[in-house]
Write a protein that binds this ligand. Structure first.
Ligand SMILES: *Cc1c(COP(=O)(O)O)cnc(C)c1O
Length: 373
């Protein structure tokens, strides 16, 4: 099956080979720790920073919850910026750990309106932490992390950014953007298997954790255990060597290309093809470079298109939340990207639309070939 989903993405064969190899004992092999620290440095490099990065075993979500459990204590006020399915999710974690969240809502089909947010913050900025999502994967919107986090930082608010589906495919400068905790995952643009969370943390956030009134109410998710280590205590628990080495290679593969330019190009081509063919894109502005959400034409549901494509050997994504059946999503993300993969997708989509009786203004495949010349 060819995977052109909005994550998890397809995985390079060389990365899968590393996954299948037997390795040593990560708890005692000193070579392992050395390699592990190098991978952590590569994560920081991807975010253009010297700040500390570390790897947690567990899928992307664990990092989101962990960021809250480390920074938020009882009655702390948290600003949850919400313009998509992942945005509001942070409020649940805040509630579990006794914090008080203020959910700031904005249009789900656009990036945050900066002027509106500025006006809101002028009136109310008494927050310890703010959370936001870089790329809202369910809708294909990339928010302006730089402007928003600089604004929050000017009020002394700690910034937590979910860049699980942005990291590696969208511009991200940890220091310049004034981010305090950036959260990434292994299975989106980086195209390693799912199972790792990548955390990058500022000195300011480390300080805030140190100054907590009560200890972090978790062992597994306590960030300090990941960056305050000694010779006898390198990791809080046994790391997964196969995943670390797979991540290492996947990062090398990603970083040896001009990944940002590649994502941008495929995003532009994808959007142009669907608009020329007469489809409406879900995002009205701030369209993501890592995936595109396309509205399903009247009278159909996403499953109609997905199942017809699946029969032809291609897997794409549906929507999520309220737009589960209303959009289909294409991940021009990480290892999904290749000329041949998308040639095949558009060829099969032409067939699918004809089979379903969905009229298109142009052939998607021909438009693709024309645009890629
Ligand atoms: C994928 C993703 C996550 C991790 O969650 P999943 O369980 O893999 O869906 C978190 N945030 C965003 C924005 C994501 O795209």
């Amino acid at each position: 099956m060819k995977i052109l989903c909005a994550g998890p993405t397809s995985i390079d064969e060389r990365v899968m080979e590393v996954m299948g190899k037997s390795h040593t004992n990560p708890d005692i092999d000193l070579e392992y720790e050395k390699r592990h620290r190098q991978v952590e440095k590569k994560i920081s490099k991807l975010l253009k920073t010297d700040a500390t990065s570390f790897i947690m075993l567990g899928e992307g979500i664990i990092g989101l919850e962990a960021a809250i459990i480390n920074l938020v204590e009882e009655n702390d006020r948290v600003l949850v910026l919400n313009n998509g399915v992942f945005g509001a999710g942070f409020a649940d974690y805040v509630k579990f750990y006794g914090g008080e969240s203020y959910i700031y809502e904005d249009d789900f089909r656009r990036g945050f309106d900066i002027e509106k947010l500025k006006k809101f913050l002028e009136k109310d900025h008494d927050f310890k932490v703010a959370t936001m999502v870089h790329c809202e994967t369910p809708s294909g919107i990339t928010n302006d992390v730089k402007t928003i986090c600089n604004l929050l930082n000017s009020y002394g608010i700690l910034t937590v950014v979910d860049t699980v589906s942005g990291m590696g495919g969208e511009e991200f400068d940890f220091d310049d953007f004034k981010v305090d905790i950036a959260l990434g995952g292994s299975q989106k643009c980086i195209s390693a298997p799912a199972g790792l969370t990548l955390v990058t943390i500022s000195e300011r956030a480390k300080e805030a954790i140190k100054e907590r009134k009560k200890p972090v109410p978790s062992y597994y998710m306590n960030f300090t255990n990941y960056y305050e280590y000694s010779d006898s205590f390198a990791f809080p628990y046994t790391m997964n060597e196969n995943l670390t080495y797979a991540l290492d290679l996947a990062l090398d593969i990603l970083m040896e290309k001009d990944s940002l330019a590649l994502h941008k190009k495929y995003a532009e081509v994808t959007r142009e093809i669907f608009e020329k063919a007469g489809f409406e894109l879900y995002a009205k502005d701030s369209r993501s470079n890592t995936l595109t959400a396309v509205m399903v034409p009247e009278g159909f549901i996403a499953e109609d298109i997905l199942s017809a494509l699946r029969k032809r050997g291609i897997l794409i994504s549906k929507g999520a939340g309220e737009i589960f059946e209303k959009v289909f999503r294409i991940g021009h993300m990480g290892n999904n990207i290749s000329y041949e993969n998308f040639l095949e997708l558009y060829e099969k989509l032409d067939e699918v639309f004809e089979e379903l009786g969905i009229k298109t203004e142009v052939s998607l495949k021909e438009t693709y070939v024309g645009l890629m010349k």
